[in-house]
Design a protein around this ligand. Structure first.
Ligand code: PLP
Length: 394
């Protein structure tokens, strides 16, 4: 292969062509028409192609890069920890400072005693399901219709017999139910919020039936909805989960997942011993990155600003004639067009105008706005201008 240089556009273009061909030939594809935008670097709310083309990242890796790309505090923490030690056996035998400190901080924030680290959101759900089954000695796992909890078999095979705000559906929770898994705000359903009365009824029904309530905060955690965790907005209604699952932004851009519970529930993993183990969960570099991201969110008071930033986007976009509705929780937004063909056409227009957005797994009539929480007022106004121009061209 020729050397990779920007000085000569032709040479650079050749390298990009080769890379694109190799991408299609050797990287497993899950969509028939990938975007194929090459990423050279990313900073703040932007990423750049090798040719210097700039894109607003309004996906943020699907609510991962909450503290912005190349966050200097996270980068420093990663470099520092990588130089000290990387992987030494992780699951709960050796005392590793980044893991212990991060678990302690998360426990305090969640009001739950123990945190078990894993690698991803799906694995956090797997771990929570296994813990609930061991703790209750029951098998059935229930979830909501249109819920997304990950692509592995555990979350996929949970029984989707509950519907947000449908009181009748709560009757399926019975003395065979190990746990009910629910997102406090449904992300991939297209940002759907439950009524608090229904959430309170769900909590009560679980307690009455002896089933555990598992909150999936994989997408809503680390400030995305305007509080550090979405559950903090419903605690005042007396609704608290037994297990909380986290991932995405908790690694500050590094792969990390976790589930948290009180000791009496988490203790189920010791009986029989090694009830759940994994090789990389709680990797010291990922925990150091997550801790730095959490500190950054707190020191810069970013979570307090999330609601007003989301509100500004909503104000700027809601009156466009193509916009049917905006569903929003903090900076997790679905802009509803009511038509999937328009939505797909809009994605093409966005690509031309330097916006990266997408649709939702179970809602392709709306597009996503979930930028890094570090986004500034200027960047919100500027990206909205580009979005409105694209909507004008629909
Ligand atoms: N739970 C929710 C709410 C999610 O949005 C996702 C991913 O989008 C997952 C779980 C799965 O996380 P992961 O992709 O890290 O397995």
């Amino acid at each position: 292969m020729t050397k990779n240089t920007d000085k000569n556009g032709g040479e650079r273009g050749g390298v990009s062509q080769i890379l694109r061909r190799q991408f299609l030939a050797h990287v497993g594809q899950t969509s028939p028409s990938p975007l194929m935008i090459e990423v050279a670097r990313a900073e703040g709310v932007f990423f750049y192609t090798p040719e210097g083309r700039r894109y607003y990242d309004l996906i943020a890796g699907v609510s991962v890069s909450n503290v912005g790309h190349a966050n200097p505090d996270v980068v420093a923490a990663v470099q520092c920890q990588a130089a000290e030690y990387m992987h030494v056996m992780v699951y709960g035998e050796l005392v590793e400072r980044p893991q212990v400190q991060f678990a302690t901080r998360l426990s305090e924030l969640l009001g739950l005693e123990c945190v078990y680290f894993v690698n991803s959101g799906a694995e956090a759900i797997e771990g929570a399901i296994k813990t609930a089954r061991l703790h209750t000695h029951r098998d059935t796992v229930l979830k909501m219709r249109h819920a997304y909890h990950g692509s592995s078999h555990g979350p996929m095979s949970a029984d989707a017999r509950l519907t947000f705000n449908d009181f009748e559906s709560l009757n399926v929770i019975d003395d065979h139910t190990a746990c009910v898994v629910v997102e406090p705000v449904q992300g991939e359903a297209g940002v759907r919020l439950p009524d608090m009365e229904w959430m309170a009824a769900l909590r009560k029904r679980c307690s009455d039936a002896g089933a555990l309530l598992v909150f999936d905060e994989v997408q809503t955690g680390m400030g995305r909805t305007g509080t550090m965790f979405a559950m903090q907005q419903i605690e005042s209604f007396g609704i608290r989960p037994d297990i909380v699952c986290m991932a995405k932004a908790i690694g500050g851009g590094m792969p990390l997942g976790a589930f948290a519970a009180n000791r009496d529930v988490m203790g189920a993993l010791q009986d029989p011993p090694l009830g759940y183990i994994n090789t990389f969960g709680g990797h010291p570099v990922c925990c150091a990155a997550g801790l730095a991201a959490l500190n950054y969110l707190e020191q810069h008071r970013l979570v307090e600003q999330v609601e007003s930033k989301g509100e500004l986007y909503e104000q700027l976009l809601r009156d466009h004639p193509q916009v049917r509705e905006i569903r929003r929780s903090g900076l997790l937004m679905a802009v509803e067009l009511g038509n999937s063909e328009k939505m797909y056409r809009l994605m093409e227009l966005f690509k031309d105008s330097g916006i990266l957005s997408d649709w939702f797994l179970y809602c392709d009539t709306a597009f996503r706005i979930s930028p890094p929480l570090t986004i500034t007022e200027f960047e919100i106004r500027d990206s909205s201008r580009l979005i409105l121009e694209a909507l004008d061209s629909l």
